[in-house]
Design a binder for this molecule. Structure first.
Ligand code: FES
Length: 362
């Protein structure tokens, strides 16, 4: 039972500065303060971001948009960024990042969640998260932004890559962006076009906006270099699985269409198979743990498999929340294959695999 409304709880966040200072100087424990604050409203916390679910709506086959209202600790977020959602099940905390499709000044955000076969968190959120429930979020991260320079904008998305682009598009059109904007969303088949009705309504409302869909499951439905050549745009924003994004960026550069290119991809990292299967010794120094691991999986996965719970967010090398210091040994960047061996160097555990024995400040 909340004493405050969520609106009042949001306003209260600004008055908590003295408590934050007392916690920072060790006079109070943040966990104790949070215990008291949550009695006033279940989302109210000193620093952490909590939000209440206000609405759920299906926006495509197996894709749900969640409208949430955050406490006052979600500051300077913008649509197109990503945020980690956390949910606990049977005492295990699960987290995964989703793109912000909308952010408003009064603390409302929207995220769209696609069901992943076997995905623990996506299935929990889709099937069990109810209106009124409160969940924890991380801080938003990501640099995707609408181009500042004049010129036509081309947005290319595959699958759930539509979500950050939709957030940026909604904002740009609402702000009165007047140059031509073309969105092409590639999905496997009919029924998977997320937010299709809204996109058609936007195209009807804004004469400078066009939307197209491509169906990769149909003969010649997959986006090609020729399709791209026919689409107008001075600036390209592309988001989707890594293979799609790499191909599109290559075609764009080969066609000499300029340097205004922003790309984000979210595919699982490639699995390396050569000598990395050999056993290596992993020392997690602050946790005083030594375990045998291999050079084939990320340090984040291997630390979790040995019972540690390192902070993490996107698990794709984007958000930097898993950054730790490499104390000794060599790690391989799973995205590029590059090796890093400088002691004291920050590394991202989710995209680094050991290349021999390593010591990590974890
Ligand atoms: S979890 Fe985001 S960079 Fe590693």
């Amino acid at each position: 039972m909340a004493v405050f409304s969520l609106s009042l709880a949001r306003q209260t966040a600004g008055c908590l500065q003295p408590l934050r200072r007392l916690c920072a100087s060790g006079w109070l424990r943040e966990a104790d303060v949070d215990l008291c604050l949550r009695l006033l409203h279940p989302t109210l916390r000193l620093n952490r971001v909590f939000a209440q679910v206000e609405a759920r709506r299906w926006v495509a086959e197996e894709m749900l948009a969640l409208r949430l209202r955050c406490n006052g600790n979600a500051r300077a977020w913008w649509a197109g960024q990503h945020v980690q959602l956390y949910l606990e099940q049977d005492g295990v905390r699960h987290g995964r990042s989703y793109s912000l499709t909308s952010v408003t000044a009064d603390g409302h955000i929207e995220v769209a969640i696609k069901r992943q076969p076997g995905g623990r968190l996506s299935n929990l959120l889709l099937d069990h998260l109810e209106v009124g429930q409160v969940i924890e979020l991380g801080q938003a991260f990501g640099e995707f932004a609408w181009p500042q320079e004049q010129g036509a904008v081309l947005l290319l998305a595959a699958g759930s890559g539509i979500t950050p682009l939709l957030g940026l598009l909604r904002d740009a059109l609402a702000r009165g962006f007047a140059a031509p904007v073309t969105l092409l969303h590639q999905v496997r088949r009919q029924g998977q076009q997320a937010f299709a009705e809204e996109l058609q309504a936007l195209a009807a409302c804004y004469a400078n906006f066009q939307v197209h869909w491509a169906f990769s499951g149909e003969p010649s439905g997959r986006l090609s270099a020729n399709h791209l050549a026919a689409l107008p745009g001075d600036h390209l924003l592309v988001c989707g699985p890594r293979g799609f994004v790499d191909k599109v960026c290559g075609w764009w550069r080969d066609a000499g269409r300029g340097a205004s290119l922003q790309a984000e991809s979210f595919s699982p990292l490639p699995v390396l198979t050569q000598e990395q299967a050999t056993q290596v010794r992993l020392s997690f120094v602050r946790s005083r743990q030594q375990v045998m691991g291999n050079g084939n999986a990320s340090l984040l996965e291997q630390a979790e498999a040995s019972g540690l719970r390192p902070a993490h967010g996107c698990r794709q090398g984007i958000c930097a929340s898993c950054t730790c210091l490499l104390l000794a040994g060599t790690v391989r960047d799973l995205r590029s294959g590059a090796l890093f061996a400088e002691p004291g160097q920050p590394i991202r555990l989710c995209v680094s695999a050991p290349h021999g024995d390593v010591e990590i400040d974890l």
